[in-house]
Design a protein around this ligand. Structure first.
Ligand code: AKG
Length: 266
C-alpha cells in the first residue's frame, strides 16, 4: 500500500479533539484500499460473533496484524503520523486493533463505554482511530459519541451479561445521550480512549457497516492491571519520527495482552 501524505491535524481539529474528545479526518484511505483491508479482515483466523443470535450478531476480530503482514503495514502506515504524533506525543506504539462488522440487519448494539474501560492503561488517555470501511451513519449502525465525556476520567464499567458477556457498559443512558457521527468510507473518527461512545443496530437491508479500530498509546504506557510496560506492542514512532521499521522491545506477551482485556473497576 503506497502512502500518500495526510496533513497533520489542523488547529481546528486539534481544538475539537481537546474540547469534545473526538474529531473527524476525511479520506485517509481510498475506497480500493478499504476493500483490500476488508479482504484481509475476512481471512482472519480468529473471530467472535458477539451479541444474542436472535438479535443478529456482529463479527469481532481482534489483533489481526499479529498474523497478517499487510494489516501490520497498514496499522503502521506513515499516514497515521499526522494524526497520532500531535496527540499521543513523539514516542508511540500501536497498542490494540480490532475489526467490527455489522452486516445489514445486525440488531446487536455496542453499549456506551470508554475504550479505557475495556483495555485500561496508565496513562488512561490514549488514542483510538476508528477507520470506516463503509459509509456509516446512524441507520447502518454508525458511531455515536457523548461530546466532552472524556473530561470525566475513566468511569466504572459493568458487564452486560443479559446481552453478551463480552460487552461492558460505562453508562446506562439511552442512545439520545449522545450524537451520531457519519463517517465516509476511508475516513477516520479520531477519539480519546476516555470518550463515551456506542454503536447501534444496522437497520438497513443492503448496507454493510464495517470498521477497523486502531489504538495508539505513549511508548512508556503500562497496563493498568499488571503495571507492566506494554513494550511488547509495536513501536511506531520514536523522538517524533514515524518509524519505517516498527519494532517491539520484547516478544508479544499474548497471555498478559488477553488478561488486560477487562477492567478491575466493575
Ligand atoms: O465499530 C463499532 O461498531 C464500535 C467499536 C467500538 O465501540 C470500539 O471498538 O470500542
Amino acid at each position: 500500500m503506497s502512502a500518500s501524505a495526510v496533513p497533520a491535524l489542523t488547529d481546528e481539529q486539534r481544538a475539537e479533539y481537546d474540547r469534545d474528545g473526538f474529531t473527524l479526518v476525511d479520506d485517509v484511505f481510498s475506497g480500493d484500499e478499504c476493500d483490500e483491508i476488508i479482504e484481509h479482515h475476512e481471512r482472519a483466523a480468529f473471530e467472535l460473533d458477539l451479541g444474542r443470535v436472535e438479535d443478529g450478531q456482529m463479527k469481532y476480530r481482534p489483533m489481526m496484524h499479529l498474523a497478517d503482514d499487510f494489516l501490520a503495514g497498514v496499522a503502521c502506515d506513515p499516514r497515521w503520523a499526522g494524526i497520532v504524533l500531535p496527540i499521543v506525543g513523539p514516542d508511540a506504539r500501536l497498542y490494540w486493533e480490532q475489526a467490527v462488522s455489522k452486516p445489514p440487519g445486525t440488531g446487536t448494539e455496542l453499549p456506551w463505554h470508554q475504550d479505557n474501560g475495556y483495555t485500561p492503561l496508565v496513562p488512561e488517555m490514549y488514542l483510538t482511530c476508528w477507520l470506516s470501511l463503509d459509509d456509516s451513519d446512524e441507520s447502518n449502525g454508525g458511531m455515536q459519541v457523548i461530546p466532552g465525556s472524556h473530561l470525566a476520567g475513566t468511569l466504572p464499567h459493568h458487564d452486560d451479561t443479559d446481552r453478551n458477556p463480552y460487552f461492558r457498559v460505562g453508562n446506562d443512558a439511552g442512545p439520545e445521550a449522545g450524537i451520531s457521527v457519519s463517517v465516509t468510507k476511508g475516513s477516520v473518527l479520531v477519539f480519546s480512549s476516555l470518550i463515551m461512545h456506542r454503536s447501534g443496530p444496522n437497520t438497513t437491508t443492503d448496507r454493510n457497516r464495517r470498521s477497523w479500530i486502531l489504538q495508539y498509546c505513549p511508548a512508556d504506557a503500562r497496563s493498568a492491571l499488571s503495571g507492566r510496560l506494554v513494550d511488547d506492542r509495536l513501536r511506531v514512532a520514536a523522538d517524533g519520527a514515524w518509524l519505517s521499521e516498527p519494532y517491539r522491545d520484547r516478544d508479544i506477551d499474548l497471555l498478559s495482552m488477553l488478561a488486560n482485556y477487562q477492567t478491575d473497576n466493575s
